[in-house]
Design a protein around this ligand. Structure first.
Ligand code: HPA
Length: 275
């Protein structure tokens, strides 16, 4: 296995053997956003299975490959499929792809996900810009010997989700006439959905949406000095907030319904991200 830095470098080297493309922005696609890749002016595709030691997703609806290409003028690397902690991968593996994208040259990270709505102002089908996160319910991906070459031992998390990128995302939404709400994302381990009591606790803690990814990736990205933006697709109201039981099918259905506007928003954000 070796240490984290060796793993990151080995994965980046394996990708470098397939493409010399240097991304400036990295994008991780959540549920329902898989189709984003079709819009990309594609330069290269690297399957995760071609990268030694790379974690591969077991979740239905998640693919497993990196797309390299352009959104307008912006050189991007897109992760079509991510792995989650609940799949049994250690946190180090869950966040390895994020670190590899940074190693390849990405300075910015746009994270997307599906989430349950907790905030009273959220409805199923809403898009929510992350203003902050609560990651206290998952192990920190930064536990272990610190790789000083990646970042500092005790990284600051005051502004995980860059104000500059939030303003870009809000401007993109306004230009497209897409309603973009804002709030705090709370990461759980999953894979079970929450109980109504847990949701009431998360409400009391100040969370607006809950999901099983993203905060851990945002933390390692900040550790490496990347500028981070996060957008959730609120696929359902969280447990106890509607009279329906939760299901992965409902999550996927809503994600698919909102996919077009979500994709347009992310596209507009990426194509204006450098300005
Ligand atoms: N809870 C946790 N994760 C989720 C949810 C939810 O309600 N919806 C989509 N991802």
């Amino acid at each position: 296995m070796g240490n984290v830095l060796d793993r990151v470098r080995r994965c980046a080297d394996a990708i470098r053997e397939k493409t010399s493309f240097t991304p400036r922005t990295a994008l991780i696609l959540g549920s329902g956003l898989g189709g984003f890749g079709e819009r990309l002016s594609l330069e290269a595709v690297v399957e995760y299975s071609e990268i030694p030691g790379f974690p591969i997703s077991t979740v239905p609806g998640h693919q497993g490959r990196f797309l390299f290409g352009y959104v307008g003028q912006e050189p991007v690397v897109v992760m079509q499929g991510r792995v989650h902690y609940y799949e049994g991968y250690p946190m180090e593996d869950v966040v390895l792809p994020t670190r590899v994208m940074a190693q390849l040259g990405a300075k910015r990270l746009v994270l997307t996900n599906a989430a349950g709505g907790i905030g009273s102002q959220l409805e199923a089908g809403d898009l929510m810009l992350l203003t902050d996160h609560i990651a206290s319910f998952v192990p920190s991906p930064l536990i272990g010997p610190n790789e000083d070459q990646l970042g500092t031992r005790f990284p600051d998390m005051t502004e995980v989700y860059s104000l500059r990128l939030r303003e870009k995302a809000l401007a993109a939404a306004q230009k497209l006439g897409i309603r973009l709400k804002q709030g705090v994302y709370l990461q759980t381990t999953g894979p079970q959905y929450e109980t109504p009591s847990e949701i009431r606790m998360y409400q009391a803690l100040g969370a607006h949406a809950v999901g099983m990814s993203t905060a851990c990736e945002a933390m390692v990205a900040r550790h490496m000095g990347m500028e981070v933006c996060g957008i959730s697709c609120v696929t359902n109201l969280a447990a106890g907030l509607s009279d329906k039981a939760l299901s992965h099918e409902e999550v996927q259905e809503t994600a698919d319904r909102v996919a077009q506007s979500f994709q347009s928003l992310v596209w507009e954000l990426l194509s204006t991200i450098e300005e």
